[in-house]
Write a new protein. Sequence first.
Length: 242
Amino acid sequence: MTGASETRAILAVSGVDKTFTMHLQGGQRLPVLRELAFEVHEGECVALGGASGAGKSSILKMVYGNYAVDRGSIVLQARGSVIDIAAAGPRQVLAARRDAVGYVSQFLRCVPRVAALQIVAEPLLQRGVRAAEARDRAAELLARLAIPERLWALPPATFSGGEQQRVNIARGFVTELPLLLLDEPTASLDVRNREVVIELIREKLARGTAILGIFHDAEVRDAVARRVVSVEMFAAPAGAAA
């Protein structure tokens, strides 16, 4: 992989503060992050490190536009366009997800009763890829991740947890986008499929994809990540004003 200093930053997070409002506790405000700042360059994997509850998954959701920020910027540079996710409207965020940002969450979320092959192919179909090509690319990933072909026509709701996560990974990896977010992608996988995911990540990096991830497995993290950003460095001070 090329050194980060020699490549452009696909993602630049700067001066981000995040506070949660606890609506079920009388609107109490809970400061979580202060002055969060880091970059992810093309062809680079950056891991978010820290204890459970430090805010790692929240950072991924802020980058993806699911969570608003109190202040700061989340600048995405991809395919000739620049967008600050922190300041973008809903349509801009949806366009960024379509054109620039992939996301493998911890759990598969999909429409019930839709076949696994269709679920994996759908991101390509949404981007105008021909149906036959989309199905072929989806089938290739499902096969690499050891999902038996007999299951491809079935809805993943009938699958085991590990099988559902492999469908989830295939769906997230099927597109070629500038930035890919990974939230513990190997958490429920066996050794064989963990190695496949490492291979898939390395292939993405070789093609210039920037990856921001959370990896519970230190071996996986060490195999793919160039740097670790300690989220606890940006924790809001206890008793900070909300």
